[in-house]
Design a protein around this ligand. Sequence first.
Ligand code: EPZ
Length: 427
Amino acid sequence: MDRIRIRGGRQLKGDIRISGSKNATLPLMVTALLSDKKLTLNNVPRLADITTMIQLLAQHGVEIESGTGENGHAHGTTLTLHTRKVTSTTAPYDIVRKMRASVLVLGALLAREGAARVSLPGGCAIGARPVDLHIAGLRAMGAEIDIDGGYMVARAPKGLKGARYTFPKVSVGATENLMMAAALAKGTTVLDNAAREPEITDLAECLAAMGVPVGGIGTETLTIEGVQSLKEATHSVIPDRIELGTYAMAVAMTAGDVELVGGRLELIESVVQTLRAAGVTLEETAKGIRVQRTNGALHGVDVMTEPYPGFPTDLQAQMMALMTRAEGASMITETVFESRFMHVPELSRMGANVTIHHESALVRGVPKLRGADVMATDLRASVSLAIAALAAEGDTTLHRVYHLDRGYERLEEKLAACGADIERLKS
Ligand code: EPZ
């Protein structure tokens, strides 16, 4: 298994290109199941999770070609997806257990084929993560769903019907699943208390380009008019706001000065406010966002994760790493997932002072961190350790790098190009 070695103490300086969003790309790829016409996606990041989604879709019968990217340049890949015929309506356990986002095929398969058999994803390092809302929403649209042998077995023999469904809790994945199902349902579907994440907006815009009328884009009430068939379309994936926030925090951690090329402030407004309160300068430039911390110490700030437009849970671990070196204390409260503090014991091994009390972590800033051997159990926890390592004395070796490779494209190259002392140790 690969490891990454980081020697702390270097300021990051230069520029980093932000890749296309992983969490936008995954559902966008699944929309190809809805249509027998081609879908072309530009600015797709090169990540392990995208490869897993390619494997899943290929076994459903999607023909997928990948190219070098927009304008023949290597800024992301271009994927062309074409589902002339769905060849299997089963999403097998072996793929779903690797990547939970696989459950997104449920709504699309059911809508197009009237049947789907999708493995339940099982446990996860960041919490229980049930799929009850996906199931309840599809039932409201007329689906019959049973659990059998660890699989969700869904049928809609007469097709799905448009319905009004109010989510009892905001869910990104369930909103996406129902949006895709609604695209081929009979009549209009209204989704209340829908997620408003930029990835949802990107999906809505792609569905609209495929010929599905979607109203209320960017609001908590989405209206989707079902159609009989979809059109050929081309769509460019939005920049990855979590990668953007992660690098902003890495720059802040090293008192650096970096332009995040392709970044947009409006994608991470709550994060920008929090970082500014902590003493970080962020300003929009012609090419993206310039992040600097050149004048003085970081200040402790309190953070509570919430669905968009609140502070994202996917940046909580990275923010905690940053706060370990702030002056004063910071209270970090996780409200989206119940056990997303797996990075805390590893940060503590590097000298951080963090106390967990239920869903909150009290971080007291320390004057220095020390390098150590560390490992993490999920993607964002792993990258938080890399951020801590950038400011730690001595060497840190990050184990289980496959978590990072799921969601950060060429992390070590991007950081090394800005002066970080970082290398991948091949196994
Ligand atoms: C998406 O997961 C992201 N994944 C996650 O990113 C992200 O952390 C999460 O949204 C929240 O922003 C992708 O987009 C592929 P949810 P998702 O359904 O859709 C509960 C990363 O690091 N819930 O919005 O699975 C759930 O347990 C990953 O890139 C139910 O109770 O998240 C959680 O507490 C990790 N029942 C809350 O809702 C359900 O049926 C929000 O989950 C579904 C969810």
